[in-house]
Write a protein that binds this ligand. Sequence first.
Ligand SMILES: [Zn+2]
Length: 300
Amino acid sequence: MPISFETDSKSRNFINLLLVAAGFLLVSACVFSTGKEPDKNDVKAPSSPAASPSATTKSADSSKKEDKGDFVVRHLTVANSRYEEIDRKIRNEKLLEKAADDLNKALILPKDIYLQSKDCGEPNAQFDPETETITVCYELMEHFYQLYRSDGMKPEDADKKMFQAVRFAFLHEVGHALIFNYDLPVTGNEEDAADRCSSYINIEELGDEGVKNVLAAADAFHIESKQSSSTKRDLADEHLLQEQRFYNSLCMIYGSDAEKYQYFVTDGYLPKERAVRCPMEYQRAVDSWVNLLKPWRKDR
Ligand SMILES: [Zn+2]
């Protein structure tokens, strides 16, 4: 499923982002996936097992799974010449390869999962369970860039934010891929679970850089919600509304350190009524992911 970004893709300024593209997936290659969406970010090493009480009570280390696969990068031919340069940069800088390395260092896989970036004809990111492929579309990058520009952001800032949001999206897709390949239980909305997975990896594994990725995604959700009229909302879509994804993203960050992010509340971004429950909400998400991934994490 798409991250459900609507775009009217005019990309006059797209050339600008090519200049910054070098820094792209470097530290992270992650994709938002939904069973059909891409994102980018990387997974660093597993967090300390002590983080989760349930993780210690549940399975012993003997329950580690057998490693039968890797994240494997595939390069495709670009159909739209507009994306040739960014494609070349991604190859030359080995951005996807670096992301794959980070993921492979951290996770055991039952089979190979492919990572690719390409032009798709639509702004999207996806995980396709049939082909075990996470795809990040260049149109999604362009969409993010234009979204930030349309909100008045300067080209350099829009570039930076775009890469951050793509990393959040990439890790969302990694979330879908892990849910599918590990056969993880999901007792709620899988789109929301994938968002929480991305937030968890970003905040817990990538630190302040990861927080920026979540914030950039939250910004994108917020701008999109401002730009779409209520009649355009698709209430049947499996993704939560952009407003909800915005507040949930802020709640995860705030919940990770209420003192540090107190300004979310005092500046009016996050209602106090929601904020008081965010630390527990965040801890529950972290404990759940730590516990679920435990048999699949490589020991450092
Ligand atoms: Zn998704």
